[in-house]
Design a protein around this ligand. Sequence first.
Ligand SMILES: *[C@@H]1O[C@H](CO)[C@@H](O)[C@H](O)[C@H]1NC(C)=O
Ligand SMILES: *[C@@H]1O[C@H](CO)[C@@H](O)[C@H](O)[C@H]1NC(C)=O
Ligand SMILES: *[C@@H]1O[C@H](CO)[C@@H](O)[C@H](O)[C@H]1NC(C)=O
Ligand SMILES: *[C@@H]1O[C@H](CO)[C@@H](O)[C@H](O)[C@H]1NC(C)=O
Ligand SMILES: *[C@@H]1O[C@H](CO)[C@@H](O)[C@H](O)[C@H]1NC(C)=O
Ligand SMILES: *[C@@H]1O[C@H](CO)[C@@H](O)[C@H](O)[C@H]1NC(C)=O
Ligand SMILES: *[C@@H]1O[C@H](CO)[C@@H](O)[C@H](O)[C@H]1NC(C)=O
Ligand SMILES: *[C@@H]1O[C@H](CO)[C@@H](O)[C@H](O)[C@H]1NC(C)=O
Length: 761
Amino acid sequence: MADYANETSGLTTSQPKRTTRKWLWIGVPVAIAVILAAVLGGVLGSRAHKNSSSSSSNAAAAGSSPTGEAAASQAASIKQEIGVFPTGTDSQYLLPLYPSTTNTAAYTTPTFHPSNNAALAWPADPFQPSDPSPTSVRSDRPRLIAPAYKWEALSKLITTDPYLKVWNETIFGNASVYYNLPVVQYHLDGGSGILDNAREIKMRVKAFSYVYRMTNDTKWVDRTFKELQNAAGNGTTPFGPDGQDKWNPSHFLDTAEFTAAFAIGYDWLYDAWTDEQKSQIRTSMIFYGLQPGLDAYSTGWWFGNIKGNWNCVSNSGLTMGALAILGDDTSGIAEQILAKSVPNALENCVFAVSSDGTWAETANYWYFGTTGLAEMTSSLMTATGSDFGLLTNNEDLGKTGLYHMYVTGPGSLFAYGDHGPNKFSTTANSMLFWGDQLKHPEYVLFQRDQHDAPEPNSMFWYNPTVSGAFWDGLALDHVFDNNTDQWAAMRSSWTDEDALYVAIKAGTLQGHQTHNDLDLGDFVLDAMGTRWAGELGSGDYLSPGYFNSDDQDAQRWLYYRKRTEGQNTILVNKANQLVKAAPSIKFDSSGTKQDSSTVLQVPSDSTAYFTADLTSGYDNVSSFKRGIRTINGRKQVLLQDDINASGDIMWRMHTNATVTVDGTAATLKIGDKTLQMTILNPPNGVSITTGPAVRFSDDPPLPPDASDQENPGVTVVMINLPAGTYSLQVLFNPQWAGMSASDFKTPPAVAIDDWSLTSHN
Ligand SMILES: *[C@@H]1O[C@H](CO)[C@@H](O)[C@H](O)[C@H]1NC(C)=O
Ligand SMILES: *[C@@H]1O[C@H](CO)[C@@H](O)[C@H](O)[C@H]1NC(C)=O
Ligand SMILES: *[C@@H]1O[C@H](CO)[C@@H](O)[C@H](O)[C@H]1NC(C)=O
Ligand SMILES: *[C@@H]1O[C@H](CO)[C@@H](O)[C@H](O)[C@H]1NC(C)=O
Ligand SMILES: *[C@@H]1O[C@H](CO)[C@@H](O)[C@H](O)[C@H]1NC(C)=O
Ligand SMILES: *[C@@H]1O[C@H](CO)[C@@H](O)[C@H](O)[C@H]1NC(C)=O
Ligand SMILES: *[C@@H]1O[C@H](CO)[C@@H](O)[C@H](O)[C@H]1NC(C)=O
Ligand SMILES: *[C@@H]1O[C@H](CO)[C@@H](O)[C@H](O)[C@H]1NC(C)=O
């Protein structure tokens, strides 16, 4: 939601709402020119870029539609003129801040404009084998992700592409910071073994190698070697146990990520290493990485029928390691690994993306799995000239970028289930790769504005011929309807940090690699730049039984954050939902799309809703449907539960807000923002109550020595009802700036079965 007062006045302007926040990924703010739209009297907001200037030749040309090289060259000059689109990064949620402006020249339909001009586009890869094989690699180095011809082209592209320019600067800055840090110290983290170590080393090795190749300064080679030697146990302080389990192959992700780090260091700096150094890196990588990896193909559960991040990360690290040393090592292990990793990933990893694009595990695990798959696919393509079907075997792989975009709200991810370990070398930059390879320019445009965009992979995955704005023509709402997923997102804008965002889920409770919660009906709500209803995240991964099973009696379901009571949904008799639930859903949307402007005037009849029959998730419930919808031009949200239960009913929502209850209404405050919630048509005697986000005293006990995590600052808002039949309607009214009490609507009471796009007008 943009500034409401300005929306109603019909002007595309807005006042700055926050103090200025600088780019997280630009040390020095860049001066950026913004082209004023020639039409509609678009007025620049005061949040616009520093060097705002009206112009221009390009705006004038926007009416015509050149093709071919002319189109590429026009797109390039618009790109040069406007620079990076966002003005900064939100300091809390790390999402891009867009100026409130109309720019019909730059903010156009997402498009690639292929070009033969070496200043605008990557040249074709000179390595085009006619009969590619995973063991037949290009003759020059590097082989992995970033072949020599791209390094040669890069300097010129950096001068013409504002994103490549700031990413390059940021990577240099990051590498300089890492340079002065001590080598990564071995330490077991909370539940993931030494995965943090592995990913931090991988992140550093990539940055050091990048800067070396861009400068030829061998101090970066020396610093890389220091890091690799340390991780091989040859540094000045010990690194893990002696023997072949140094890289913790029992938690194989660690082993795979170390292998990937060594592979990149070996390959990207190939020409800079002495023969002795190469031999040392190879020896350690084979002994601690590839050999345990080869064994794991017969012993590791993650190479079985596992559609999730473990399969992707493991196959990816081993593939990169094998490709890096192929030909240099004559033991045959690289060939043996590749004979297994490629078919294994084709059968498993790629199907972690369901038919609607949703990642099998969670919104956060998407990062790990897709980074692995993209690095594996990209490495194979550059090293051997083929993806061997990794891009096509799952015909719905390309939808996973859509998943990531919709699961990202202005208050950060709809982060259901486990959140996963620290990310370090893991990013959302596979979006740049899928976008380019699978022809989704909107993915490239979305990701290039994100805080985690600057890292070496991006420099090579980014297709600089992209133009337009990801939001231009993008629907506000989307449903993901595979039965394993069943979730929807609805919003009031793609470019307003204050937008309304609602996301809600049903979906099966099993089949998510034991990373999900018992959370049918769980939702998040963002408005006015903050999250009002949110997620608690992971429990302690080292808790007894945390990952053992997702059966009804699993220990996992004893932990508050995984239990139904830890979700924003309905409890009956305080019991967990039933893991065998098979919900059905319905979704409809006005189909509202954002246009070129970053300021969307939401039509008053624009709406979306999602309803789910969750009866099968409960004992002692003869029927239960939950529905959520936007009303009043997406300024308010109605959450309704039509339920008939023979047990006690409890409505729960977790919030960071300070909550003041007044009978059937409550006032939620976060900072200087306020949200009112009200029970409409309240059943007799009902009221809102609040409590801490902790387990019930009569919950089944935790395993001995186990405890729940604290949830500091979180309040649970509750509505308790005795057994019976109800239509419980809760209305959320964010107190938007400039909106007065009379501007809010009270919707009619409509049974969920009768909901339609117009039922609440
Ligand atoms: C890289 O540098 C940017 C800009 O200084 C900073 O915001 C970011 O946190 C750094 N990234 C890492 C991973 O250190
Ligand atoms: C990349 O960034 C560094 C550090 O700011 C700079 O010295 C270098 O010139 C940049 N490279 C190019 C090709 O612009
Ligand atoms: C680094 O060395 C390579 C190979 O000699 C050369 O092609 C490249 O231009 C050099 N780069 C810089 C920044 O000096
Ligand atoms: C580490 O030391 C071992 C034992 O001397 C040696 O085999 C290996 O090549 C060394 N690796 C690195 C990266 O220094
Ligand atoms: C859901 O996605 C999975 C994984 O891609 C697929 O196997 C299954 O067929 C899909 N189900 C439907 C109903 O499309
Ligand atoms: C509370 O705020 C934190 C930080 O933004 C967020 O991660 C968490 O999900 C929020 N919790 C709830 C219950 O909204
Ligand atoms: C359902 O109700 C019965 C009878 O009151 C009770 O024994 C049972 O524990 C209830 N089941 C759940 C899951 O609440
Ligand atoms: C609620 O469910 C019970 C048990 O199935 C049924 O007897 C009763 O008629 C239902 N009540 C309503 C109002 O539908």
